[in-house]
Design a binder for this molecule. Structure first.
Ligand code: SF4
Length: 104
């Protein structure tokens, strides 16, 4: 009996360690000026089919990425930047979403 509960405890600890490992696999924190990166699984991101890699986007016009979107606010050459449709959150310059709009 005692060994069973000890095994359960160890299993619980192992699960916790796995979850902690997943947590540390998150992308590196964006610089404060950018705000935290929006996740592709965020409901707001899903609503506009946001992806971090425009090449994976279905329906993206060839060559369209966040970096050349009218709603992107990142600096030229930066890996990430703020996007007007995700207030306070950053997007990947190489990403894309269905709200992509050409710069005028
Ligand atoms: Fe990227 Fe533009 Fe969509 Fe924002 S609106 S996520 S900058 S494509």
């Amino acid at each position: 009996m005692g060994s069973m509960s000890r095994r359960d405890l160890l299993r619980g600890l192992a699960t916790g360690a796995v979850l902690a490992g997943v947590a540390t696999l998150q992308p590196e924190p964006a610089r404060a000026a950018d705000g935290p990166p929006i996740s592709e699984s965020d409901p707001a991101a899903k609503a506009v089919k946001y992806v971090e890699d425009a090449k994976q986007a279905k329906g993206a016009a060839p060559g369209s990425t966040c970096a050349n979107c009218a709603l992107y606010q990142g600096k030229e050459g930066a890996r990430t930047g703020l996007c007007q449709i995700f207030p306070g959150k950053s997007v990947v310059a190489a990403g894309w979403c269905a709200s992509w709009a050409p710069q005028i």
